[in-house]
Write a protein that binds this ligand. Structure first.
Ligand code: GDP
Ligand code: MG
Length: 359
């Protein structure tokens, strides 16, 4: 009653279920002589939490920057050969004796080449990439655009080009299925040129590698081109200090509880670290690499499965190691609270018949 009376005096006709503006809450708090703390101020709140807990890391050595492996995502139209290509790359890298031993599928894997390592994100492509980009998570350094030489540029090819360009990520074109009798590489190169992907042999700067995932042709050349481009990009990261990264995938495992694949982007993640990702928090109970082996640490560009979260984090969530478990919990819970408030506000707006877009 007091609140409604106060608001009436401010010229606000309100009901009991209405949301108030921050300014009105501040006015009322001043009237009461109460001190208030805004917990739904979005990014400000995030920044405050980050400043308080996450960046405080006296183990980080700012000079310890080293080269890191490139992170590569394979994209392209359906049926153009993405899965077969990823399988080929993965299998060509299976050490003798280990063949058939790779049953683990963690959504990303690393291959060991003569010229260095490459990390492949093995996600089913576009949705994951879009979800991550929408959340500001730039995880990919290079996009491999798979285009079937018999089929040419198709809607999802264009979508992939748009994604890569919007993210400012360089594209290497893998012109696949060149083994097919109806393959027409020149027609495809012509089409790609219309999207500003002019091949090097036509005077442009787009790397195009002709491959056949089916017949295992050109795969080594493609990998070589990735390493060359990675060197040009001068990719580096600081492996010291607390790990930061991005959640690539999360799911609930019956036996192991919440499981998340994390791509570490800087620092080094260790078993026992306190961590937060989205609204999930916990202590890293175990780390599992892309071969299914338990490991103790994971550095930059390394994908790793992490066990020990309080709940399943989402793809695109930022992953951070904190100083203490209490900090991880507070960050996660304040996020959860903020999202709940936002959801409530949306519901209130929804029941009023006004659309958020109208506002
Ligand atoms: P995705 O949808 O892009 O993942 O495509 P897939 O990897 O599932 O391949 C779609 C189909 O194309 C499968 O039947 C593959 O065997 C076939 N395919 C993939 N690469 C090649 C290739 O280089 N040559 C030929 N002839 N067929 C291929
Ligand atoms: Mg596929």
């Amino acid at each position: 009653g007091d609140l409604i009376r106060f608001l009436l005096l401010q010229g606000e006709m309100v009901t009991a279920t209405q949301s108030l503006s921050d300014e009105m809450i501040e006015l009322y708090a001043a009237e009461l002589g109460a001190e208030i703390r805004m917990v739904d101020a979005g990014q400000e709140q995030e920044a405050m939490l980050a400043a308080r807990y996450l960046d405080v890391d006296d183990t980080e050595d700012e000079h310890a920057v080293v080269a890191r492996p490139p992170v590569v995502t394979v994209m392209g139209h359906v049926d153009h050969g993405k899965t077969l290509l990823l399988d080929r790359i993965r299998n060509s890298n299976v050490v003798a004796g280990e063949a058939g031993g790779i049953t683990q599928h963690i959504g990303a894997y690393q291959v060991e080449l003569d010229g260095g390592q490459v990390t492949f994100i093995d996600t089913p492509g576009h949705e994951a990439f879009t979800a991550m980009r929408a959340r500001g998570a730039g995880v990919t350094d290079i996009v491999i655009l798979v285009v079937a030489a018999d089929d040419g540029v198709m809607p999802q090819t264009i979508e992939a080009i748009d994604h890569a360009k919007a993210a400012g990520v360089p594209i290497i074109v893998a012109l696949n299925k060149i083994d097919r009798a109806d393959a027409d590489p020149n027609r495809v190169l012509q089409q790609l040129s219309e999207y500003n992907l002019v091949p090097e042999k036509w005077g442009g700067d787009t790397i195009v590698v002709e491959i056949s995932a089916l017949q295992n042709l050109g795969i080594d050349d493609l990998l070589e081109q990735i390493l060359v481009l990675a060197e040009v990009l001068e990719l580096d990261a600081n492996p010291t200090g607390h790990a930061r990264g991005t959640v690539l995938e999360g799911h609930l495992d019956v036996g192991r509880g919440p499981v998340a694949t994390i791509l570490v982007q800087s620092g080094t993640l260790r078993v026992g670290d306190s961590m937060v990702a989205g609204q999930a928090w916990g202590k890293a109970k175990a780390l599992v690499d892309d071969r299914g082996n338990k490991v103790d640490i994971a550095g930059p560009s390394v994908p790793v499965q992490v066990l020990g979260f309080s709940e399943v984090p989402s793809a695109g969530d930022q992953f951070r190691v904190t100083n203490e478990i209490a900090s991880a919990r507070e960050v996660a819970e304040s996020r959860e609270q903020r999202l709940r408030l936002a959801a409530n506000a949306n519901r209130a707006i929804g029941s009023s018949g006004i659309k958020l877009e109208d506002l």
